[in-house]
Every structure is written in structure tokens, then in C-alpha cells.
Design a protein around this ligand. Structure first.
Ligand code: ZN
Length: 194
């Protein structure tokens, strides 16, 4: 179905604008159309500028990596904050992180997809997304060359940094807390956060 074109298409928005629109779950190209029609269901295309949201098979698998990275950073930071900052016991902090690790990917699902779309739009500038030109999927994929290589490298480096961050947080927390075992918590009232 062809979407109603209320606004002219904006093919190359500024990168920061594309990510700001992504944070608002809006079309990265025009910032007006909404991406989702439900918690998990996306519109096929932007209702305002016509940018296709439906991409080649497997495209949105990339959002899993974004979701994973955010979950690692948030749970790692939360654990360190609870244990080192508030003197929470390891068991309580671990339980809290477990709840967050299960809930956050669901809560962040839409934003992970939205940011991936914004990333794709800002990396593959000057290129029409699959479906926009009527070309076959193979022809479209063949047209994506250097930019996608760079994007893949950037994604790999980001994932490596996130992994290092997670490991670093774990090491720092262990070192910090093993040195605190003998001392009583500073705020006994804050131990049990529930
Ligand atoms: Zn749009």
C-alpha cells in the first residue's frame, strides 16, 4: 500500500537529527511519521514521507546487538552502583540486575530498532533503502558497498568496546567489593531496597 505523502521526502537528514528522531521513535528521514503501530509491530513505511521501514530479511537482527549492548552497560552500571555505591549485598544486586536484564530488552525493543534504522540512514546516506527504487533485493545489496563495510567495522568495534566495558565493570566491582568486605555498609537502612 502506498502511504499518504503529506510531506516531501527528506533523504539526508543531519546525523544527530536522525538519532534524535530515533529516540522519539519517529521516522529518521522526516521526523514526523511514527515507526510503530504497536509495541512490536512496525509500519511498513513512513506515513508522512514514504521511507520504507520494511527492509531486507535479517536487517533488524542488528537491533539485537544494540539491545544487548545497552543491557550490558545498564546492568553493569547498576550492579556497580548498588554494590559499590549503596553497599547492597551481591545477592540483592544480582537479583535486581537479573530483573533488569530480562525486562530491559523488552522495554528497549522499539528504540533498538529505531536506532538501527537511524544508523542505517546516517551511514547509507545518498542511497535509497531497499524497496524504494523497485530494484530486486540482490541488486540493492550489490549497490551497498563501502559504506556498509565501514558500518560493519564500526559495529564490531562498538561491540568489542561494550564487551570490554562489561568485563571492566565486573573486575572493578570485584576488586572494589573484596576490599570492602570487612567494613559495615555506610547506610544500613538502604541495604534492603525492596
Ligand atoms: Zn518519514
Amino acid at each position: 500500500m502506498t502511504p499518504a505523502m503529506n510531506d516531501p521526502p527528506v533523504s539526508d537528514p543531519p546525523r544527530m537529527a536522525a538519532f534524535a528522531r530515533g529516540a522519539l521513535l519517529r521516522c529518521p528521514a522526516c521526523g514526523r511519521g511514527s515507526l510503530f503501530r504497536g509495541w512490536f509491530r512496525m509500519h511498513d513505511a513512513c506515513g508522512r514521507c514514504g521511507l520504507p521501514f520494511t527492509r531486507e530479511q535479517g536487517f533488524y537482527l542488528g537491533s539485537i546487538y544494540i539491545n544487548y549492548g545497552v543491557t550490558v552497560i545498564v546492568t553493569g552500571g547498576l550492579y556497580a552502583l548498588l554494590v559499590a555505591g549503596f553497599g547492597t549485598s551481591h545477592e540483592t544486586a544480582l537479583a535486581a540486575c537479573l530483573v533488569v536484564a530480562v525486562a530491559l530488552p523488552v522495554v528497549f525493543f522499539r528504540h533498538a530498532r529505531s536506532f538501527l534504522l537511524a544508523l542505517d540512514g546516517s551511514v547509507n546516506r545518498h542511497q535509497q533503502p531497499a524497496g524504494a527504487t523497485g530494484d530486486s533485493q540482490e541488486k540493492h545489496l550489490a549497490s551497498l558497498t563501502a559504506d556498509d563495510g565501514r558500518a560493519g567495522c564500526a559495529m564490531g568495534v562498538s561491540l568489542a568496546l561494550i564487551l570490554l566495558f562489561g568485563l571492566g565493570m565486573a573486575v572493578v566491582t570485584i576488586l572494589f567489593t573484596t576490599g570492602m568486605n570487612d567494613k559495615p555498609p555506610r547506610h544500613p537502612d538502604e541495604i534492603d531496597l525492596r
